[in-house]
Design a protein around this ligand. Structure first.
Ligand SMILES: NC(=O)c1ccc[n+]([C@@H]2O[C@H](COP(=O)([O-])OP(=O)(O)OC[C@H]3O[C@@H](n4cnc5c(N)ncnc54)[C@H](OP(=O)(O)O)[C@@H]3O)[C@@H](O)[C@H]2O)c1
Length: 199
């Protein structure tokens, strides 16, 4: 598996720290050239490597950590998303646009035709996501939801590798609704910083 984080702001860097903590390679990219991100990436850890957007999108699993409205621009950067997994960490906040009555991640999924989309890593504020997810024998919970049943298991495996306790919520418009945001309307699990004790 190869991983890329698109968007290297608060959430992108929080996730880069999680990869670095476990010595897992990840590329990071934004609209700026890689040279502009390189020193910050290196400061996070040697496994975090800045690349151009095009090069980063060669990874097979791509974490979307850009402002909600920018997801279309990222989607346009590849002619086909077939074979890719997109982990949608965005929240539709603030959201000036209609979402066609869809949960925000189902709306995002429309732009990434052919990709498997899993919503996750979106329910905590960046500072919390940035912190070590292993505390007093417990693992910080992340919630995963997807309309593609097969897509969740590899993302759950990644979350575990990063030290989180993944909890699967099911489809985007079912359990996934608990972690959806639209404007200032937050799903009930958003901001809930939960831990799962080691068994
Ligand atoms: N902040 C939080 O506490 C929090 C919590 C949960 C979820 N989220 C969600 O996570 C996402 C990112 O939030 P954030 O707080 O990390 O935002 P941020 O600090 O503003 O960072 C956004 C990043 O996206 C990059 N970017 C913007 N447009 C892009 C494009 N078209 N292609 C590639 N990169 C692009 C920006 O870099 P360049 O300008 O260099 O392109 C920047 O690195 C949002 O959807 C937000 O709703 C945020």
């Amino acid at each position: 598996m190869s991983y890329a984080i698109i968007g290297f702001g608060k959430i992108g860097q929080a996730l880069a720290h999680a990869f670095a903590r476990k010595n897992i390679e990840v590329t990071v990219a934004s609209r700026r050239p890689p040279e502009a991100l390189a020193s910050q990436a290196r400061a996070i850890g040697p496994t975090v490597v800045a690349k151009s957007l095009g090069d980063a999108l060669e990874a097979d699993t791509i974490i979307l950590a850009v402002p909600f409205g920018e997801h279309r621009e990222v989607a346009k950067a590849l002619p086909s998303w077939k074979g890719k997994t997109v982990i949608d960490a965005t929240n539709a906040f603030p959201v000036p646009e209609e979402l066609d009555g869809l949960p925000s991640s189902a709306f995002v999924a429309k732009s990434f035709t052919g990709a498997k989309l899993v919503k996750g890593f979106n329910h905590l504020i960046a500072a919390t996501l940035d912190a070590d997810p292993i505390v007093e024998g417990g693992h910080r919970v992340v919630f995963l939801s997807s309309d593609d049943e097969d897509a969740i298991a590899p993302v759950a495996a990644l979350a575990k590798q990063l030290g989180f306790a993944p909890i699967t919520l099911g489809k985007l418009n079912e359990g996934g609704a608990l972690v959806h945001a639209r404007g200032r309307t937050w799903g009930q699990l958003i901001f809930q910083d939960l831990f799962k004790k080691e068994q």
